[in-house]
Design a protein around this ligand. Structure first.
Ligand SMILES: [Zn+2]
Length: 311
């Protein structure tokens, strides 16, 4: 066995033992969830600043979950979704990452969600369900905000947990009006619009992104990508129970409090949307996250440039 592979195996064993040990020793640790099963991926250990560098892998590659099914080079739809919405896959702490960039169907998504340790709270009368650690961090952020006469409140009933069907509905709310709009503008034939409308939502994704490449955008006001205010069916961060939309996103002080508790903005131009990354801002670049400043806000997305398919 080559030395680097031996070292990597040893490192994996150590990380596994630490995770198991940590789960047994930490008081109040949530109900154990399967950590090595085929569908539930444990949070990867942050290796970027610990010197265990594996040659040929980028920062992103080194911090993605073990056995993460990295999209093929020619699978530009999945790679785009990973770039735009994939920050959750390097989230730290005791979180569980989704098994793939896109859940294939409603049943697979529901099965995965049922295995994840979650906590449900009613915040301002709205049920909010998140992975346990993400909820604990949110509650701590709300306490800090309250001490400064600030509020952090969920934005509607879809603010946190969503089902696969929810993501289909939200997708269709963008796609159906968008097809009609571009047809009225003469940019899309009635026949082509009807053909795309007739596809299952998951099969529309490639078609819609191809239209956007031609300048036919599908955001609410048809000026930006559909991915700037939502995701493809089965690919939303809200499915991972690590995302939350809030009302007070425009307040810099609120964003700073959330960041101190591990919550960051990770979808460029999706203003109300925050993602639990479970670490401090200073450590985000070492996880392979790229900083984008837009409209005085900071966003963190995966830096996939030059990434190759992982073994
Ligand atoms: Zn959101």
């Amino acid at each position: 066995m080559p030395p680097h592979r031996f070292l990597r195996n040893q490192s994996l064993l150590t990380v596994c033992l630490l995770l198991i040990g940590g789960g047994l020793l930490v008081p109040g640790f949530p109900e154990p969830v399967p950590r090595c099963g085929p569908r539930v991926l444990p949070a990867s250990a942050p290796v970027a600043d610990e010197g265990r560098v594996i040659p040929g892998r980028s920062l992103v590659g080194r911090n993605l979950p073990q056995r993460f099914p990295f999209p093929e080079v020619n699978d530009w739809v999945e790679r785009r979704l990973l770039t735009d919405h994939g920050a959750i896959f390097v989230a730290q702490g005791r979180v569980i990452h989704p098994p793939a960039v896109i859940f294939a169907d409603a049943a697979g998504c529901a099965h995965w969600q049922a295995q994840v340790s979650t906590r449900l709270e009613h915040l301002g009368g709205i049920p909010v369900e998140l992975q346990t650690e993400a909820m604990e961090a949110l509650l701590a952020a709300r306490r800090e905000a309250a001490g400064k006469n600030l509020r952090i409140t969920p934005r509607g009933t879809w603010a946190a947990r969503r089902s696969y069907r929810d993501t289909e509905k939200i997708w269709s709310r963008r796609v159906v009006p968008g097809l009609a709009f571009w047809q009225r503008r003469g940019r899309l034939s009635a026949r082509e619009a009807a053909r795309i409308r007739g596809l299952a939502p998951a099969r529309q994704v490639k078609e819609i992104l191809m239209l956007e490449a031609r300048g036919l955008f599908f955001s609410k006001d048809f000026s930006r990508s559909v991915l700037s205010s939502g995701s493809a069916p089965g690919a939303s961060q809200h499915l991972s129970l690590l995302a939350l939309d809030i009302n007070e996103h425009g307040q810099e002080a609120v964003r700073a409090i959330l960041a101190r508790h591990g919550w960051f903005q990770t979808v460029v131009s999706d203003l109300p949307h925050f993602t639990y990354l479970g670490t401090t801002q200073a450590r985000l670049p070492a996880l392979g996250l790229r900083k984008t400043v837009k409209g005085k806000r900071v966003y963190w997305t995966l830096a996939l440039l030059g990434e190759r398919q992982l073994p």
